[in-house]
Write a protein that binds this ligand. Sequence first.
Ligand SMILES: NC(=O)c1ccc[n+]([C@@H]2O[C@H](COP(=O)([O-])OP(=O)(O)OC[C@H]3O[C@@H](n4cnc5c(N)ncnc54)[C@H](OP(=O)(O)O)[C@@H]3O)[C@@H](O)[C@H]2O)c1
Length: 325
Amino acid sequence: MRAVFCTKYGTAEVLKIKEIDRPQPKEGEILIKVVAASVTTADSMMRKGEPQFSRLFLGWKRPKNPIVGTGFAGIIKDKGENVDNFKVGDEVFGETGLTFSSNAEYVVMSAKGVVLPKPSFLSFKEAAPMCDGALTSFNFLKGLAKIKAGQTVLINGASGSLGVAAIQIAKSMGAIVTGVCSTKNIALVQSLGADNVIDYTKNDFTTGSETYDVIYDTIGKSSFSKCKKILVTNGIYMSPVLDLTLIWNMMSTSIFGKKKAIFQATGMRSSADLNKLLKELLPSFQQKKIKMVIDKIYPLKDAIKAHEYVDTGRKRGNVVLLMEG
Ligand SMILES: NC(=O)c1ccc[n+]([C@@H]2O[C@H](COP(=O)([O-])OP(=O)(O)OC[C@H]3O[C@@H](n4cnc5c(N)ncnc54)[C@H](OP(=O)(O)O)[C@@H]3O)[C@@H](O)[C@H]2O)c1
């Protein structure tokens, strides 16, 4: 089978497509023929080995698990002993987490990992990126901020993978949503339901007079200190992008003040928790309250091009790799 290898940290050119033996499922594992996989900003950061401290668990000198990718959608082709929740032929989707390896024609993972039956109302290419923007933003908006109908939510980075999902999730929860994006993405952000749009190339949202219950900085380009003045008294600033300042803000606001700063690495939650969140999220896709926004689709042979595109920081929604072709 073909797989996308990263044997040293660096630019997209470090990636190589290699032909290797198909993996075999051991006890408790399933073998999935991958139809579609995601290529995410987190994948690109892992390929670069950034931030540096992430190498403590990714591998200090080179990636411990050299096949890249976490999100996938595909079909179960084989299973090991003692797998009773799936059968051969089932269509599934999910993420492999720290074992990576989804950017390949076949992947093996625990049947108790983050993997669910793929519903018929989602195509493989729609299901593959589900655990990036949609699951992460659902975790932040529902799980962490617990937003309520009528609350005001500002989404910075509204055109990224997390942002396009966040607009739709917040709207489906009854929030009044402001999206922050550039001029070229205003129409997209409005089409997803944002009530208000701020063009970051023309205005700095942190200097406006509006206040918000929740500021979800999906790209981590603002900060708690800049946003504090436009948060309501018990407002929350949250970001999925970790840095030392945010860690300090989280620790200090957990003790002092009514305004809170929040970070969480969604992928570090237990598989059971993530599967539960996914099950709660899926009905909104079925009811068409949320749709998957796919920017570009590449064949496996163009995995380097897919990474180069993600590296631009300009993607709108999600990037998908199709294994055939
Ligand atoms: N903690 C977690 O659980 C978790 C999980 C998944 C991902 N993440 C992280 O979440 C972050 C976001 O990822 P993503 O895939 O959604 O987005 P992304 O690929 O990092 O960002 C792309 C989007 O950001 C927009 N953008 C760039 N600069 C901007 C600015 N100054 N203001 C507003 N928008 C701007 C771009 O639009 P323009 O071209 O118009 O500028 C583009 O549409 C990544 O750092 C990823 O690693 C964290």
